[in-house]
Design a protein around this ligand. Structure first.
Ligand code: ADP
Ligand code: MG
Length: 391
């Protein structure tokens, strides 16, 4: 059975109850932001390419209330926070906020520091159903939920949602020290029920792609429960291969390259590692565009084929899969009714995403469980809405 996700309202009720117990009054502001799954377009973001994520029904809820004393106090119910599940710091001038311990608080402090104005001190409680460290972007859900909370608290919003996503990305870079791309913050902000989001990472132009006639099909997320551990050196190595390939070709980025350029690299005796990394990026960018067209035409067979090709390219050319992810993907593909399966996120652990017929869900889960050496967790992923205030 897939894990049943609580409705956002019951997550909110739980957060409100904890807030009342902890702070002895009722919270007034309630917001949430979703996690996300990237359907296709992996390692294309830093090559100016396309990505195609959708927002998930897994959410991070923040409830709270401003007050007149000088201290902001935040409590998180998450099991990733360790022993220190609560922290407080002096509110006031946002330019004075600095990162520190506990580490998880830096995502929140970074958003306050990068908000459009100073905010009053507040108390807040965070409850999330996005598994942390699984590649479903609990970090962006936390940032976008925080920013949405600050918007509601202050009554002020940036002119465009893009600016909110960029401010939260900056928070993750500068305060959490994670050099993330922009996809997660965009989809957590702009997700729309029933749609995937095609994002052009070169100019940040977005297009909502409707998932019509999905009725008989569904996306299944499988958490391998091996944390996604793309070490920063492995990540930088691959990124540098891409930049090197673009430089050899005299292009600004691999976004401007095509399959002929891959042949040029081969003819120039460029190292096999660089050729393979470049080939993944060039083919993945094209696959992502093709997948968006297939989705729009409700051509799920074609979408599934592209998912399979994406995984194979990540495994063989980009070399970011793992034996756990490969085993889950192979098991899924063995089941009748599965149209496509691939790793999602940066790789080396985390989750897979599978497109399959609804009536094949139970037997697919059973087969994947039987074939996998670890203990996977399953979620049905419906294309959900982006961050908002909950009335
Ligand atoms: P992912 O975004 O794929 O879930 P990351 O490593 O980018 O993984 O982000 C996970 C980190 O984000 C956690 O280790 C923690 O610091 C922070 N985080 C996410 N959700 C919460 C939460 N609900 N409460 C506190 N910290 C959180
Ligand atoms: Mg993250």
């Amino acid at each position: 059975m897939a894990t049943l996700l609580p409705h956002v309202n019951s997550v909110k009720e739980k957060a409100l109850q904890i807030f009342a117990e902890k702070f002895g009054e009722q919270a007034i502001v309630c917001v949430y932001a979703p996690g996300r799954v990237n359907l296709i377009g992996e390692h294309t973001d830093y090559n100016d390419g396309f990505v195609l994520p959708m927002a998930l029904p897994m959410v991070t809820v923040i409830v709270g209330k401003s007050h007149n004393d000088k201290k902001t106090r935040i409590f998180s119910l998450s099991n990733v926070v360790g022993d220190i599940n609560e922290f407080e710091f002096k509110a006031g001038n946002r330019a004075d906020i600095k990162p520190g311990e506990p580490k998880w608080a830096n995502y929140i402090k970074g958003c306050i520091a990068n908000f459009i104005c100073d905010v009053p001190a507040f108390n807040a409680v965070i409850v999330s159903t996005v598994p942390a460290g699984a590649g479903l972007s609990s970090s962006a859900a936390l940032e976008i939920a925080t920013y949405t909370f600050l918007e509601t608290l202050s009554g002020k919003k940036p002119e465009k949602p893009e600016l909110k996503a960029l401010a939260c990305q900056k928070a993750e870079h500068d305060f959490a020290g994670v050099p993330c791309g922009i996809m997660d913050q965009f989809i957590s902000t702009m997700g729309k029920e029933g749609y995937a989001l095609l994002l052009d990472c070169r100019d940040l132009i977005t297009k909502q792609i409707p998932m019509l006639h999905l009725d008989n099909y569904v996306f299944l997320i499988t958490n391998s429960n091996t944390p996604h551990k793309l070490s920063s050196s492995a990540y930088c190595e691959r990124r540098d291969c891409c930049y090197e390939a673009a430089k050899i070709l005299g292009k600004k980025s691999l976004r401007d390259a095509n399959m002929n350029d891959i042949l040029v690299l081969i003819s120039q005796n460029v190292s096999e590692s660089i050729v393979k990394k470049a080939r993944h990026v060039v083919t993945e960018i094209q696959r992502t565009l093709n997948a968006a067209v297939a989705l729009q035409k409700s051509d799920f067979q074609q979408f599934g084929r592209l998912m399979n090709e994406s995984h194979d390219s990540l495994r063989d050319d980009y070399e970011v899969s793992s034996k756990e992810l490969d085993s889950l993907v192979s098991a899924a593909r063995e089941v009748d009714g599965v149209l496509g399966s691939r790793l999602t996120g940066a790789g080396f652990g985390g989750c897979t995403v599978t497109l399959l017929r609804k009536d094949a869900v139970d037997k697919t889960i059973q087969h994947m469980k039987a074939k996998y050496s670890g203990t996977p967790t399953f979620y049905i992923a419906t294309p959900s809405g982006g961050a908002r205030e909950i009335s």
